[in-house]
Ligand binder design. Sequence first.
Ligand code: GDP
Length: 228
Amino acid sequence: MIFGSSVTGTVHYFFNWGKNSIFVIRFMYIMNIKKAEFIISNTNPAKCPQDGRREYAFIGRSNVGKSSLINMLAGKKGLAMTSSTPGKTQLINHFLINDEWYIVDLPGYGYAQRGKKGREKIQEIIDAYLNEREALTCLFLLLDCRHEPQKIDLEFIMRLGEEEIPFSIIFTKIDKISSSKLKENIEKYKTKLMETWEELPPIFITSSERKTGREELLNYIENINKEL
Ligand code: GDP
């Protein structure tokens, strides 16, 4: 038996019985989330935890499925407040995972019902966090896979590039469309991004309903944590 491992956290066992018979058995090992706890909410990055632990932040337009995704990753329903929660706040929320690293739930941007002043306030909180937060290791930008490339998201991505903020893209709610439509929409985004970017960021596809993408995202985070 030969044993191999890849960066995605996939372990391959190659069984070689005889000349032409190699069987490959593939196991995904997933980071075990033993503990996920809410630590603090605030609007001021200076008041965020100062313990130097790495953090992975999640951002996107309101209703993109951010809270559901955080709960799915952490394996804990109700950890992040979903849109159906009365009084959902627009704060920077820190969740400590396995006492080792943080998931950060950032406010959703571009919510029309909030009015111009409200949107500007949220933008200030987001900007302050992105510009000041040294512990930020990767920003996950969430996009609803059902939509064509949206101006507000493309502008946000441009700013991330200008400010050299490391980010990845997550297409959410993939259970809501067919795989051919998903492929088509992702291609449209890629084409749009390639107009201004030489290289595409890592791209993930997820469904919180079906837990799709959980292994890939947790392994991605684990691999970064190991390298740092
Ligand atoms: P947020 O405002 O970005 O935090 O979005 P929520 O997590 O509150 O989700 C907004 C709505 O989309 C809720 O009604 C969720 O139940 C729904 N939703 C979120 N993720 C998924 C998903 O992966 N699949 C489906 N079918 N619905 C989802």
